[in-house]
Design a protein around this ligand. Structure first.
Ligand SMILES: [Zn+2]
Length: 300
C-alpha cells in the first residue's frame, strides 16, 4: 500500500497491478493516516485490488508486548489493548462502506473487532476477515512461561477472544484461515521476552492444528474447514482457484484426517524453529502436496 511500508506515501498501485499483484497490504505495519488510507482504498478500488490490512493503532499499541488483560497485569508486562485492533477495524469498516470497496482484516484477534465485522457484513459492507491457527489454539495465559515462541502481533488474547474466533469461524464471519508465517532465527528469539521479535512460523503446522482444533473438536465440518483454506482466500483475492472442478489447476493437498503425531520442530523444512506448537500431539496430517500437477512434498 505504501512505499517501503512506511505509511507515508502511496505505492504506485497502477504499476503494481500491471506487474501482477493480486492484493495490497502493509502487513507488519498499519497506515495510521486515515486520509492517506482513504486515497489508497480509492486507488485500489479503481484497479480492482483488495486491501489486506494489519489493523493496529500505533498510539494505542504503545510498545506493548502481550495482550493487555489479567495476565499482563499479573506478570507486570506492558500490554497491547484489544482497542488498538478494534479502532483500525472500525476505520476500515467506515472506509469500506463509504468507498464501497473490499477490505480484508488480517489475523483478527479481538472479540470486539470480530463483532464489528459481523455487524458490518450484515449491513452489506464488503469486509472479510481471517483467523490464525495460533489464535484459535492458545491464550495469553501461555505468556506466564516467558517463552518468546508465544510472542506475536497481534498477541495471543484472552479465552473469551479465542471463543469469539471459534464462533466467527463457525457462523461464517471469518472465511479465511491464514498463518501469519513469520520466520526468525533461533538466536534472535533467545532473548528476554520483552526484547524478542514478534512472530512465529505456522505454515507446516496449520493443517494439523486446524484439523485438531476445529474439525476433531467439532467446531467446523470438514468441508467448512477446507473452504477456509481454499475457496475462502480465493474469494478474498478475487481468484478462480482453490477448487477441484474440471479444468482447475492441479494444486492439491492430500490429508489423512485421523493420523496422529507429535509436532517436532526439528523435522521442519523451514530453517526457522520459532513455533509454539513443538511437542503438541495433533490429529490429522498432510500426506502429500501436488503443485501444478507435480508432487512437491510427500510425508515419510
Ligand atoms: Zn500482520
Amino acid at each position: 500500500m505504501t512505499k517501503g511500508i512506511e505509511g507515508l506515501e502511496m505505492s504506485p498501485i497502477g504499476g503494481l497491478k500491471k506487474a501482477g499483484v493480486y492484493a495490497l497490504s502493509d502487513d507488519g505495519k498499519c497506515v495510521q493516516n486515515s486520509y492517506l488510507m482513504r486515497n489508497i482504498v480509492r486507488y485500489a478500488k479503481s484497479f480492482n485490488l483488495p486491501i489486506l490490512d494489519h489493523c493496529e493503532d500505533m498510539a494505542m499499541f504503545n510498545g506493548g508486548v502481550m495482550h493487555e488483560g489479567e495476565w499482563s497485569t499479573l506478570l507486570g508486562i506492558q500490554g497491547i489493548p484489544s482497542a488498538a485492533e478494534e479502532m483500525i477495524v472500525d476505520r476500515d469498516i467506515i472506509l469500506a462502506r463509504d468507498e464501497d470497496c473490499r477490505i480484508h482484516i488480517q489475523h483478527i484477534s479481538a472479540k470486539e473487532a470480530i463483532e464489528k465485522v459481523r455487524t458490518a457484513q450484515k449491513s452489506g459492507i464488503k469486509i472479510t476477515a481471517e483467523a490464525t491457527p495460533h489464535h484459535i489454539t492458545f491464550t495469553d495465559e501461555q505468556i506466564k512461561h516467558f517463552d518468546s515462541n508465544f510472542k506475536m502481533n497481534p498477541p495471543l488474547r484472552a479465552e473469551d477472544d479465542r471463543e469469539a474466533l471459534l464462533e466467527g469461524l463457525r457462523d461464517g464471519t471469518i472465511t479465511v484461515i491464514a498463518t501469519d508465517h513469520a520466520p526468525h532465527n533461533e538466536t534472535s528469539k533467545l532473548v528476554e521476552f520483552d526484547h524478542a521479535p514478534f512472530g512465529i512460523i505456522g505454515l507446516e503446522t496449520a493443517v494439523s492444528i486446524c484439523l485438531t482444533q476445529l474439525y476433531h473438536q467439532k467446531v467446523l465440518k470438514l468441508s467448512e474447514l477446507i473452504a477456509k483454506f481454499t475457496t475462502g482466500p480465493a474469494e478474498v483475492l478475487g481468484l478462480d482457484i482453490g477448487t477441484l472442478k474440471d479444468g482447475a489447476d492441479a494444486d492439491i493437498t492430500i490429508i489423512d484426517i485421523n493420523k496422529e503425531y507429535v509436532i517436532d520442530k526439528n523435522a521442519f523444512f523451514s530453517k526457522s524453529r520459532n513455533t509454539p506448537f513443538h511437542g503438541m500431539k495433533v490429529k490429522g496430517k498432510v500426506m502429500a502436496t501436488i503443485c501444478d500437477g507435480n508432487f512437491v512434498y510427500q510425508a515419510k
